[in-house]
Ligand binder design. Structure first.
Ligand code: TXA
Ligand code: MG
Length: 333
């Protein structure tokens, strides 16, 4: 199969619609990361996403809809605070989880009673969703456990010859996946940190919980239980105060391989003279750069040595969560 990469135009959108109607898949740009979409009403189409990605069968998908799509048939009870969140943040990088009416394929939510819905702001995503006129189930368009894609070429690198069409909207402006917010309780609860931050949600609705998985517990958001976002090269992770240890590891790797640091701007400047991938200075910049840098490391390094950025709060919760899970966790050396 030939994989076509194209920006949106009438002809390509008609092709995308046809593919979705025939239970095929289409990769598309969003403001967070690229998605791999299929008709959420079709068991066969949804199952093909799991097969293509090699995704564990218990990790549910997010359904994407156009802003004009009426979600009332898909979701059961909608708590009043969701209206405020919708007005403040949608369309945008916020996924809300509601009690499901089970109208979409059971494969979308992997048997859970809930449904995750996202209304992306990307013009490419909206043109695609408008053209197909259906809820589109879409995970990030990467092979399972690999780094999420933030350009059309990243999607191509993972799926060339296996999917027919990638709707190219350029590099993703957000750079990390949407905030996943459980809206089935009295107050909303963040299951996955992202670009809509806890602080932003608290300012809008007064209270917001953050879910942390307890040991031995079945995770509320199954995706968070898996190792994720990993580059194919080896990785190591150091706290900012352990730069000397990181340098020692770099020197050791240099003897047989090609080490590379991944660090925030301040640390990168301090480390002049080494091979370095610079994450950026602000939280927003680090979110935008993270996955592109992780993918670059795959071609440039045998060992990627991440040094924890110093900034905290806001978008950094999401950035750190991804970085730690990509590079092996806090205690990895
Ligand atoms: O920004 C994004 O959200 C991107 C773009 C393509 O929209 N999509 C994305 O999808 O990141 P994925 O499949 O890579 O991550 C979806 C996450 C997983 O952690 C999954 O477990 C969680 O959302 N999730 C989906 N439905 C859920 C549900 N009903 N209950 C709890 N967690 C759910
Ligand atoms: Mg993903």
């Amino acid at each position: 199969m030939q994989t076509v990469i194209s920006a949106c135009n009438a002809e390509v959108l008609a092709r995308a619609r046809q593919l979705i109607e025939e239970d095929g898949v289409v990769a598309f740009h969003t403001e967070t990361v690229y998605g791999l979409g299929a008709n959420a009403f079709s068991d066969r189409a949804v199952q093909s996403i799991f097969a293509l990605k090699g995704r564990p069968a218990d990790n549910p998908l997010i359904v994407h809809v156009h802003p004009a799509y009426d979600i009332s048939s898909l979701v059961d009870f909608v708590p009043p605070y969701t209206e405020k969140l919708r007005k403040a943040f949608l369309p945008g990088p916020l996924t809300m989880i509601y009690p499901s009416t089970h109208r979409v394929s059971a494969a979308v939510s992997c048997g859970l009673n809930t449904l995750a819905i996202r209304i992306p702001s990307s013009p490419t995503a909206q043109a695609f969703l408008e053209a197909v006129g259906l809820p589109v189930a879409a995970p990030s368009a990467n092979r399972s456990k690999h780094v999420s894609p933030v350009t059309a070429m990243h999607v191509y690198d993972d799926f060339a010859g296996r999917i027919p069409l990638i709707l190219d909207g350029g590099p993703c402006s957000g750079g990390i996946e949407s905030t996943v917010l459980d809206c089935t309780g009295e107050i909303p609860q963040i299951l996955r940190a992202g670009l809509v931050t806890r602080e932003m949600i608290e300012r809008t609705v007064g209270a917001c919980g953050v879910y942390t998985m307890q040991k031995g517990e079945k995770p509320k958001s199954p995706g968070m239980a898996y190792k994720h976002y990993s580059p194919v090269c080896r990785t190591a992770y150091f706290q900012a105060q352990d730069v000397a240890l990181a340098i020692a590891l770099y020197r050791e790797e240099e003897r047989t391989g090609k080490p590379c640091f991944l660090a925030d701007r301040a640390t990168a400047e301090q480390l002049g003279g080494f091979r370095i991938l610079d994450l950026g200075a602000s939280g927003e910049e680090m979110a935008r750069n993270l996955y592109a840098r992780l993918r670059e490391s795959e071609t440039q390094a045998t060992l990627l040595i991440a040094i924890e950025p110093k900034e905290r709060g806001g978008v950094m919760e999401g950035v750190l969560n991804r970085l730690i899970r990509a590079c092996g966790g806090k205690n990895a050396t």
